[in-house]
Design a protein around this ligand. Sequence first.
Ligand code: ADP
Ligand code: MG
Length: 320
Amino acid sequence: MMKEFELIRQIQRQTSASNDLESGVILGIGDDAAVVEVPAGLHLVAATDTLNAGVHFPEDTSPFDIGHKCLAVNLSDMAAMGAVPRWILLSLSLPEVDPHWVESFMAGFNTLAQAHCVSLVGGDTTSGPLSISITAMGLIEAGRQLTRSGAKPGDMIVVSGTLGGAARALELLQSGNPAAERHLLDRPQPRVQLGQTLVGYASACIDISDGLLADLGHILIASKCGARIDVSRLPQPEGLGSVEEELKWNYQLSGGDDYELLFTISPDHRARLATWSNQFDINLSIIGEIELQEGTRCTKPDGTAYNAQSTGFEHFRHKT
Ligand code: ADP
Ligand code: MG
């Protein structure tokens, strides 16, 4: 593709500013591969996530928001590990060569990249249906990563921010209603600093991409334990205030795309939650407790069981 090189040059122009001495970039965009410096005593943490148009974001999402979201979901994986994100690889599959589209896409990407001091060090540009694949690389002190496997009976279950807003916004959009909360779907905020702060305190951590019950399930299976969730304690965004109770709980329990952190932590650290909440200006809600008995039990305010309707978004669910 003749125009491929022009697009790459454009991307390079729009990003060159951030690769200073502190970035650890030995060799960035322009060679066959990037070279970065991993300081002694630190380990490299890597994650990759692909966003396809119409699947991971509505077709009408602005290029700026797509640029934000595809980086945000990858930074969210770094946050869930407690890692400091440093370097990004960006693979773009584009249906056409559109410099204006790429410019706004990169503006959204760069705004978030600069806020988190991460450097774009390479990628790939091809023609095809709109799809963006990002690889994020970060650093963590050797052996200190947060994993899914350390939850213990008695640990508190804590979630950042609010739940269900992105799913609600998507559903309103799909039924033809412009959603006031569309930013919850388009502009998830990766909880990068919170994740780093949880290192040494949280017993398990995951980011919520597929819905609370689905992602909590991953922690429970890895940690070989169960959980009780108090549905009345699930944090709700403003837009869910007017929604009927059980529908609201379903959004909060099963809605995807919130990219909040879900972690377990000993009650010994309870007082730290308020400190962190103030420090990062993020809501932190204790929504339940880890139990010995496997499975998840949701309870209503009156103490009776609540059975959620579905456990989250799964690709290929309707295709088997
Ligand atoms: P190669 O053919 O060796 O894979 P390319 O022509 O694909 O090289 O890429 C040339 C350079 O531009 C490489 O350093 C690559 O990492 C970078 N690059 C290509 N596409 C992107 C992109 N979308 N974002 C950032 N860097 C890119
Ligand atoms: Mg290539």
